[in-house]
Ligand binder design. Sequence first.
Ligand code: 5IU
Length: 363
Amino acid sequence: PTLKATFASRSETATHPLNAYLFKLMDLKASNLCLSADVATARELLYFADKIGPVIVVLKTHYDMVSGWDFHPQTGTGAKLASLARKHGFLIFEDRKFGDIGNTVELQYTSGAARIIEWAHITNVNMVPGKASVASLSHAASRWLQRRDYEVKTSISIGTPAISNADDDSERSDAERTDGSEEAPLPDNNGRKGSIVSTTTVTQQYEAVDSPRLIKTIAEGDDSMFPGIEEAPIERGLLILAQMSSEGNFMNKEYTQACVEAAREHKDFVMGFISQETLNTQPDDAFIHMTPGCQLPPQGEDENAAVKGDGKGQQYNTPQKIIGVAGADIAIVGRGIIKASDPEEEADRYRSAAWKAYTERVR
Ligand code: 5IU
């Protein structure tokens, strides 16, 4: 049902606020390209985010393959990526492929050193353990949002005391977040001193990532900032891993169908799928589809010629096949861009090919 619908119109009818934002971004930037920034160091990751940022709408990360990842909540790699996301207008997608029982994925999503939920707008789940992992991640995200709302309101009403030692602070909020499977109550509003201090700390972390002031400072005097880009909504989103690009993978039709059902049951949190084709089959399915395993033949050759795999199980399709024929929305490209002799130029070649496949599809 969505094959002929434009991204602009899908932005209007989207149920998930991040989908509404993303479709609008796609329309505005004329891009349905995601860069899979599979690099070995944080320095390269930030370099590519800044260089390729103008032509993509999603940046896909694997924080656990990056050496030198700085976990500092205010000045670390996550916060820097979030600033670049705002400067260039793209969403950050941590390709974490959560795959454990509900309680564990909840903790992995919100706590630990990386605190993925703080800096990644989107993450994904491998649904092998069952639908409960989707429910748990959704629960974790709404609790995080609730807490965030609460922190912001409280910090306004109590004012903002000076920050103490930053390391201390991260310890404290870690403890606050890892309080286990029991439903910990939100701190009450009646001024327990301890909770005010840690509350403000958390708020300041959020400010580091989300403050328009910070972004403005970074973007000031920089004319590469994409015009007309608004702030992304603070909501978090999930993609369900419904199909894979790798040879001989075990995701059969039944599995994929179960993923679609889980998505329909959690429309307020699930944005869509990592899949090889569109899975929107019912009239009110409004999911977005992002597809990895994408490469173009070398420059100068026939754009639609077949591309060989990587010899490690990865299989590639062209943007035309993925977007034009299979009906996916966003093409995810890693080595095709990262390993090119001129990644910026190559990224724009991919953007243009994927966009052309989309415009021809909706025509
Ligand atoms: N990725 C896949 N296929 C999948 C899923 C994820 O390739 O089915 I789910 C990831 C792996 C890598 C990126 O991070 O997408 C593709 O990178 P290349 O374009 O370099 O093959």
